[in-house]
Design a protein around this ligand. Structure first.
Ligand code: NAD
Ligand code: WQD
Length: 366
């Protein structure tokens, strides 16, 4: 049967029951808002290893998930648990009848993964295998996986298309863990035709929900550019260090494809429609990016404009493992998912500033 590309309104999808691993984290929480807003039932499992509980330790929800409910005007189910714990997973699967799983749970600090490779492989690869085993035994064989542009390693050709080689020159255990799970998913769908998996390769997610209630809340010193800029602008850190201005780019600083978290979250709903389409089979990977790049200094300037604050910076040496350019071709997702990014850099910076200035200490009260 020939499958037509369908540009369906998000509201057209019937309500589903969705297991969201890592739903108390940055990307997952924004996706949960989308799911709840579209009327789906959401069950979040998260061990809170990288999600602060918040101010009210007695609350059954984290502060982030409480705010997710507030934004959506709906309730969710939350189980604090580790996806590596098979017996707890079994209990959750026994309680609900899931239509599919969105799998965000992972450790994501590149530098830490170099120091603690076993932890990263155990959590990200081992945790995914335990989840997949539980899904198989409970006959839930549909998965949306949080992958990353990092699986492409050093780009051989730009923009990065989904057929670019993966796994080659993946220089750190974090990136390899994302690649290995994609390979496991490919083998799984080959072994059993009932399995379906959509892997979403995020480029550089930034931004916050427009309410300013939820956003990125890194624990400790941010390793990513946007949260670092935001913490400088709000006065939590004195200045940004720009890692190198001698790359072969227009202003010498690294160029990345920043994508608004709201666009990314909507992309998950588009992926879910694909996953549930009866014509869809096997494994498919999609880039979620805007298709164009911004330099470090362009992002700093945009943030200064959005916030009306200065972002002092100093140029230091290159960060090991960094590349000059990384940006996506976003055309496959447009063609097959009917999705494309809508929000530009000004909206990205404005939303981060709204979140950061309303919540200078993130989810912890001041
Ligand atoms: P995050 O750390 O904010 O969220 C991940 C969540 O997973 C956290 O709440 C954490 O507590 C939870 N978690 C981790 N290990 C777990 C385990 N064993 N059991 C249960 N819960 C566990 O990170 P994020 O930025 O929201 O990333 C979500 C996903 O997207 C990850 O898989 C990450 O690799 C991927 N990704 C993120 C980015 C990015 O820049 N943020 C880019 C590309 C891909
Ligand atoms: C962006 C640019 C830096 C911080 C990382 C992971 C990747 C993915 C997304 C999960 C680069 C420069 C940064 C700073 C700076 N995550 N920079 N000063 O490195 O593109 O990707 O996050 O999958 O796997 O590697 O993002 O935000 O760290 O850096 O000058 O303090 O900003 O050199 O050019 P990156 P980033």
């Amino acid at each position: 049967m020939e499958c037509q590309v369908t540009f369906v309104e998000a509201t057209a999808m019937p309500a589903r029951t969705v297991l969201v691993t890592g739903g108390a984290g940055y990307v997952g929480s924004h996706a949960v808002v989308q799911l709840l807003s579209q009327g789906h039932e959401v069950v979040v499992v998260d061990n809170l290893v990288n999600a602060p509980r918040g101010n009210d330790a007695a609350s059954p929800l984290t502060e982030c998930l409480r705010r997710v409910q507030e934004i959506a005007g709906k309730t969710l189910n939350f189980h604090q648990m580790d996806i590596m714990d098979r017996s707890q997973l079994d209990r959750v699967f026994a309680c609900y009848s899931f239509d599919y799983v969105m799998h965000f749970a992972a450790l994501k600090a590149v530098g830490e993964s170099v120091e603690k490779p076993l932890l990263y492989y155990k959590n990200n690869v081992g945790g995914s295998i335990t989840l997949l085993e539980a899904m198989k035994d409970h006959n839930v064989k549909k998965l949306i996986y949080s992958s990353s542009a990092t699986v492409y390693g050093t780009p051989q050709k730009l923009p990065l298309t989904e057929d670019h080689p993966t796994g080659v020159n993946c220089t750190n255990p974090y990136g390899k863990s994302k690649y290995f799970v994609e390979e496991i998913l490919k083998d799984l769908v080959t072994s059993d035709k009932e399995w379906r998996a959509v892997s979403l390769r995020y480029f550089n997610p930034v931004g916050a929900h427009e309410s300013g209630l939820i956003g990125e809340d890194p624990q400790g010193v941010p390793s990513n550019l946007m949260p670092y800029i935001a913490q400088v602008a709000v006065g939590r850190r004195p200045r940004l260090q720009v890692f190198g201005d001698d790359y072969d780019t227009p202003d010498g600083t690294g160029v990345r494809d920043y994508i608004h978290i709201q666009d990314l979250a909507v992309g998950h709903l588009a992926a879910a429609r694909k996953l549930l389409d009866p014509c869809f089979q096997g494994f498919r990977a999609y880039n979620l990016g805007t298709g164009s790049g911004l330099s470090v200094l362009q992002l700093v300037q945009a943030f200064e404009k959005a916030s009306g604050r200065q972002v002092p910076y100093e140029v230091v040496g290159r960060r090991p493992g960094d590349i000059a350019y990384c940006y996506s071709s976003a055309s496959l997702a447009k063609r097959e998912l009917g999705w494309q990014a809508q929000k530009g850099v000004d909206e990205m910076c404005e939303s981060v500033w709204r979140w950061q200035s309303k919540n200078p200490n993130g989810y912890r009260s001041s």
